[in-house]
Design a protein around this ligand. Structure first.
Ligand code: SAM
Length: 252
């Protein structure tokens, strides 16, 4: 997959993509990154890319022309069918479904804003979609670009080794992940749930599903409402609730 990034701070991106699963995937050619700096396209001696907002108010706004030239350079180097995405707090929420859909694209060109944001005419004319990584405001679009790239690249074929899996984790089936444990079996008197050491695959499957349902019910109930549950899942969630109530009874 080809990923273009339009950014005023290219140095923020390279190092962050060079490690772990992403670094390995890049070395193996699973994806490639091409960063274009709008400052290269500024025409005055000060390399100006921003200006004061019309209507007054604080901050500066990124100008259309340098951004547009940078985006067009990035799009020109990207394969046909690539989507052009602006990262903005005012965008549609980026989630696992968006990541999965994007991982099927031949390419993506991401635009990172700065300051108060970008001239709206740039977004209207040049951008296919606006993605937000959450309901908070960051100082720039570089971290959101990295978040989006990380979430997408790990879904690309060949990115995760066989010991890592994108199929059994939070959101893969509309639920949060179940709890994980590793050796030693007891830490400060706190033992790993017995069932996980039983070798009984069916019991382990049911325990994991029950914990995933329970955790989703406790922490993100809206996910469960949206997803619905099978008869088995409803039964397991009931079990979870009963056990939890017993655990947290004041006399226990
Ligand atoms: N005035 C903008 C607003 O209120 O939505 C905030 C601009 S922010 C200080 C500067 C840049 O950071 C934005 O242009 C955008 O590219 C990026 N950014 C900030 N928060 C973001 C978020 N939650 N998701 C995606 N991008 C974000």
């Amino acid at each position: 997959m080809h990923i273009g990034i339009v950014s005023l701070f290219p140095a923020m991106l390279g190092e962050a993509l060079a490690h772990g699963v992403l670094g390995r995937a890049m070395t193996q050619g699973v994806f490639e990154v091409d960063v274009v700096d709008p400052r290269e396209f500024a025409t005055d001696v000060h390399r100006t890319v921003d200006d004061r907002p019309y209507g007054g108010g604080p901050g500066m706004v990124l100008k259309v022309e340098p951004l547009r030239s940078a985006l067009r350079r990035a799009v020109h180097r990207a394969p046909a069918g690539s989507r052009r995405v602006y990262l903005g707090a005012d965008g549609r929420r980026f989630d696992q479904d968006t990541a999965r859909a994007a991982s099927a694209l031949p390419g993506l060109v991401l635009v990172a804003g700065r300051y108060e944001g970008v001239d709206e005419r740039f977004v209207e004319r040049e951008i296919d979609e606006v993605w937000s990584i959450g309901d908070y405001v960051l100082t720039g679009g570089e971290l959101p670009a990295l978040v989006v790239i990380d979430a997408i690249v790990r879904l690309l074929p060949g990115a995760l080794g066989c010991s890592e899996s994108a199929e059994q984790e939070s959101f893969a089936n509309g639920l949060l992940d179940w709890p994980h444990y590793t050796r030693p079996a007891v830490v400060d008197g706190d033992a790993v749930p017995e069932v996980l050491q039983s070798g009984d695959h069916e019991a382990i499957r049911r325990w994991r599903l029950r914990e995933a349902l329970g955790r989703t019910w406790l922490r993100r109930p809206e996910l469960l409402e949206r997803r619905g549950m099978s008869a088995e899942e409803r039964g397991l969630l009931e079990e979870f609730k009963v056990e939890r109530a017993a655990r947290t009874r004041p006399d226990r």
